[in-house]
Write a protein that binds this ligand. Structure first.
Ligand SMILES: Nc1ncnc2c1ncn2[C@@H]1O[C@H](COP(=O)(O)OP(=O)(O)OP(=O)(O)O)[C@@H](O)[C@H]1O
Length: 785
């Protein structure tokens, strides 16, 4: 790799001339696009205005009705097509607007086998064609040939194209930083792809939003991004190794490769917290793609459970556990409910559940349509060889049939006719007209009675609407009672590792919570999982690709649930076993269960860490087992600092001073991280008293902004800051294995600077690091500076 000062690079002016040519062509295209968009917009407005002119509404006969239906549909389709065309133009316009400032970031010269001349290929966030000459002025970074840029060294090279492997020779690999249409920097790469450009990218200050990395994707990351074969992919790697980045560029790659067939709404990204969702929300739009669907697993659970229970969120669960401690009964219960043993237990329970199924009665206005025993009999009458969901479905059909019968049979009943009496005259007149019409077909009909019957049915239909919904959504199956029944029956049979008293307490606590209409977070997954096994997979067919970030924090059961909800989707999972911040059993990522659950699982391990300076990586990697394998990227910074304060007040003085230093150094995003929310709240008060302007980040926070945030570590998962100060980095806070992982997660949020302050003795996980990987400073000196 050699960097040439731009003006001295012999080809600088030739390259700038090419930039100018491309930018000019892009501006022309933008102007043309503007015209087209105006035209299409006009057409849409016109079309909407005259939508009904070409539709004749005629509902007299069935044929007329069908014809009217098709006429409306046809009009709607034409309109839909124009609207899609307009949306597409808006998208192209947005991408082009980005590209006129920075039309491309790389050039490769590739000589195809058998050709004499090499062809220069310019690579950017999207392709751009010279329409007159039918040539590509810029190639999309996802085009097959662009992979040479990411994968190959100068010399013989090949790439995979739809028609097969294409061979040739890579003669030049050049990188550019272009801003406002002017080349700012230009590097000719030798052996590796763009260390210089990567350094440039990694040295920037964070602006509280993640950005795309397409100019500097590393070879290993490219493997993940372009893998279009694995049905399931697990990427593991240290903090900051680019797992999330690779996953997002992968989404962009797949959307490009399968354009026309795969839509952003068919991809779902499970984020660790709401804050993270906004943190990454810029990446795909930067690349000209629509954002894919995003949800936290908790949101998803709640959406599936509807209003059945109020579900505790994972952050409250976390606080509850941090307070109770790892060895508490509560923690053991949480771990058990997330365990494979419990998952298997539920599978066994569901397999033998048929004779013990529980149902709700079907009632309307206090009248019984079917008692719980009736429903049970209907269930028992179905073929026992069928799976539970099919049997439930048959009961549903039978119940819907009963509802129809009920509507027919009760129309003239007194209790219904009492309601009919209260109907407005208009309804009567309508019913009388209808009855008269019918009488023409059946002269023996009692017209008065028929009118009352019609009205009775109308009243019943309205009354039965919620009941029908209740039946259709299978709420007549009392799944909660069956979940409870498991705990009722299990109370006297503690599993291994539980004392009888503790187990009994746990079972009773669970039942009590459910009585109150709430579900603890640890119960939400097993409950929904059981429910899905009984009622059938309410499969999310539209989702074709699921991405799960921070997968180390998922329990086996949560992953089983994801598998059963998205059985036809491909899955990409990203995780770091050392950043386990949930109370679940560690080791899920290495587990064979994972491969059983996701057949065809491909595992990829990232070795290099890009986020933090070399000093931060060398310090933090000692906190994890096997950490010596984590390779820092060679970006220089200062040593992490540790101050041992003697009081909370002194700690706050040190933090306030350090935040001042961070600001002076130009750090945009700064975080003070704590273990718990209560600690964060306490610190906010002390820092505000010292005149520090900051933002308290709690679980409701949905966006990250530049400035100082104070937050518990578990809320800062996946996110990064220019400078991080870890408060209360003391032994009391961080000494168990689990706390070590929290500590590692907190420290690895720092891109440029890491500081730690403890009140009293520091965490043994800090003291265990080699003395030359961090610097101890005197708090008195810091605060008097
Ligand atoms: N190839 C790359 N080029 C430029 N920047 C990169 C590259 N890979 C990763 N980065 C940067 O490194 C930082 C960390 O990336 P990312 O958040 O994707 O890592 P991660 O492995 O998901 O981290 P964590 O496990 O800590 O959440 C981000 O700022 C990202 O932009």
């Amino acid at each position: 790799m050699e960097q040439q000062p731009m003006a001295q690079h012999p080809e600088w002016s030739a390259e700038q001339a090419y930039v100018d040519r491309v930018v000019a062509a892009m501006r022309d295209k933008l102007a043309e696009l503007q015209g087209t968009m105006q035209g299409v917009r006009g057409e849409i407005v016109e079309f909407r205005r005259h939508f009904w002119d070409d539709v004749t509404i005629n509902l007299s006969t069935l044929d007329d009705l069908v014809e009217t239906h098709f006429a409306i549909r046809q009009q709607a389709e034409v309109l839909g097509e124009r609207e899609r065309r307009y949306q597409q133009a808006v998208k192209t316009q947005r991408t082009l607007e980005r590209q006129v400032s920075s039309p491309f970031f790389a050039r490769i010269d590739f000589r195809y086998e058998g050709e004499r001349e090499a062809e220069p290929i310019y690579i950017g966030i999207a392709s751009f064609r010279d329409e007159r000459e039918h040539t590509f002025l810029v190639h999309d970074w996802r085009a097959p040939i662009s992979s040479v840029y990411y994968d190959a060294l100068p010399g013989p090279a090949s790439f995979r194209a739809p028609a097969g492997t294409v061979r040739g020779e890579l003669l030049l690999k050049r990188q550019f930083v272009i801003r406002g249409g002017v080349i700012q920097a230009m590097f000719d790469a030798g052996l590796t792809i763009g260390d210089e450009l990567l350094m440039y990218a990694l040295s920037r200050r964070s602006d509280a939003q993640m950005h795309n990395i397409v100019a500097t994707i590393q070879r290993q990351q490219n493997v993940v991004i372009r893998d279009d074969e694995s049905p399931a992919l697990l990427v593991t790697g240290a903090a900051g190794s680019g797992k999330t980045s690779a996953a997002l560029q992968r989404a962009a790659y797949l959307l490009y490769k399968h354009r026309g067939d795969l839509d952003a709404r068919q991809m779902l990204f499970f984020s660790p917290n709401p804050l993270f969702m906004s943190y990454i929300s810029n990446v795909l739009p930067e690349l000209g793609e629509d954002n894919i669907e995003q949800a936290t697993f908790y949101d998803y659970l709640c959406a599936r459970l509807g209003d059945e229970f109020v579900v505790e969120d994972p952050f409250d669960q976390m606080e509850r556990l941090l307070e109770a401690g790892e060895d508490s009964r509560m923690a053991r219960a949480v771990r058990y409910k997330a365990s494979k043993a419990f998952a298997d237990e539920i599978d066994r329970y569901v397999a033998g559940l048929a004779p013990k199924m529980r149902f709700h009665p079907i009632l309307v206005e206090g009248r019984v349509i079917a008692t719980a025993t009736d429903v049970k009999s209907m269930f028992d009458a179905t073929d026992p060889r069928l799976r539970l969901p099919l049997r439930v479905d048959l009961v549903k059909e039978e119940l819907l049939h009963r509802l129809r019968e009920f509507e027919r049979d009760e129309a003239l009943a007194d209790w219904v006719q009492k309601e009919v009496d209260g109907l407005p005259d208009e309804a009567y007149r309508r019913a009388e007209r209808m009855a008269a019409k019918r009488k023409r077909e059946r002269p023996d009909l009692d017209e008065q009675e028929e009118a009352r019957r019609l009205l009775g049915r109308e009243v019943l239909r309205r009354m039965l609407r919620p009941v029908r919904r209740f039946v259709e959504s299978l709420r007549f199956v009392d799944t909660a009672a069956m979940y409870r029944a498991w705990f009722e029956a299990a109370a006297n049979h503690p599993p291994a590792g539980f004392e009888a008293g503790d187990w009994d307490q746990m079972c009773r606590q669970t039942l009590r919570e459910m009585d109150e209409g709430t579900l603890w977070y640890e119960d939400a997954t097993p409950y929904l999982y059981m429910k899905e096994q009984i009622l059938g997979r309410a499969v999310s067919a539209p989702i074709r690709h699921v991405l799960v970030d921070e997968v180390q924090d998922y329990s086996l059961l949560q992953l089983r649930l994801i598998r059963s909800l998205f059985p036809y989707s491909r899955i990409t999972m990203l995780g770091d076993p050392h950043q386990l911040v949930s109370p679940h059993r560690p080791g899920i990522l290495e587990d064979d269960e994972l491969a059983r659950l996701f057949p065809g699982l491909t595992r990829v391990q990232f070795g290099q860490s890009y986020r933090s300076t070399r000093q931060i990586v060398l310090f933090t990697r000692g906190m994890v087992q096997g950490g010596e394998a984590i390779e820092p990227f060679d970006r220089d910074g200062t040593l992490p600092k540790l101050a041992v304060a003697s009081s909370e007040a002194e700690q706050a003085d040190v933090i306030a001073r350090w935040l001042g230093e961070f600001a002076a150094r130009g750090h945009q995003t700064k975080a003070v991280l704590t273990k718990t929310q209560a600690e964060a709240d306490g610190l906010v008060r002390l820092l505000e008293e010292r005149g520090v302007k900051l933002r308290r980040l709690d679980k409701r926070a949905v966006s990250l902004e530049p400035g100082v945030v104070v937050a518990p570590v578990y809320l800062a998962k996946g996110v990064e800051f220019d400078g991080v100060i870890l408060a209360n980095a003391s032994r009391a806070q961080y000494h168990t294995n689990f706390e070590r992982q929290l500590l590692y997660t907190a420290c690895t949020r720092a891109m440029h600077e890491l500081r730690m302050v403890s009140v009293g003795e520091p965490s043994p996980w800090i003291l265990a690091q080699p003395q030359d990987t961090y610097e101890r400073v005197d708090p008195a000196e810091v605060s008097s500076r």
